[in-house]
Design a protein. Structure first.
Length: 185
């Protein structure tokens, strides 16, 4: 008797779970606004387990069409990110303009040197504690570009100076965005 009741309970639970999954899948196919799509694409990129400080991926969403931009340090990341974005509800198409940086042991060493110089600075060390640190270090043929966001003009300047001390082969391009710029009087 107990076995039969348990079997019915399990059958009813399975049916309810199937109905819930079907309704979730149906709602995922509803039209999404570009801002909803952008939020979901951002989430997917940031949650991608191989996304690191050596990568910088940006995107635009227009009428459900996503244009991926930026740079990654490994070829597989470009394809993985495109596949993740294609699965976002509401995405109509994906244009993948992500650049794959050259595979170079010299660039890899420079990435580590610049990261150490930046994240060991007491003013900037708090940025290293985040799951995906806010300062991204893009190195291509020995040339360093900083991207991401910092809180102040002073932090942007310190990051640039520290990156330059990382022995790059040219000037450091500091494209960091300041979240709270100083007010001009």
């Amino acid at each position: 008797m107990k076995t039969r009741m348990l079997g019915r309970f399990l059958m009813a639970s399975a049916l309810m779970a199937g109905a819930a999954a079907a309704s979730t899948k149906a709602s995922a196919n509803l039209p999404q606004s570009d801002s909803d799509i952008a939020a979901n694409v951002r989430h997917e990129v940031l949650m991608y387990p191989h996304y690191s400080i050596w990568d910088d991926v940006g995107f635009r969403v227009v009428d459900g069409n996503v244009d991926l931009q930026g740079a990654v340090n490994q070829p597989f990341k470009k394809q993985d990110i495109e596949r993740l974005v294609q699965k976002v509800p509401g995405v109509a198409s994906v244009t993948n303009d992500i650049k794959v940086l050259p595979l170079s042991s010299m660039d890899d060493r420079l990435r580590v040197q610049v990261a150490n110089a930046i994240y060991r600075d007491p003013v900037l060390s708090g940025y290293a504690m985040r799951a995906v640190p806010a300062i991204h270090i893009i190195v291509e043929y020995g040339h360093v570009t900083l991207t991401g966001m910092v809180n102040s003009d002073m932090e942007k300047q310190i990051a640039g100076v520290r990156a330059a001390s990382g022995l790059s082969f040219g000037p450091v391009t500091n494209n960091l965005v300041v979240e709270h710029p100083a007010k001009k009087s």
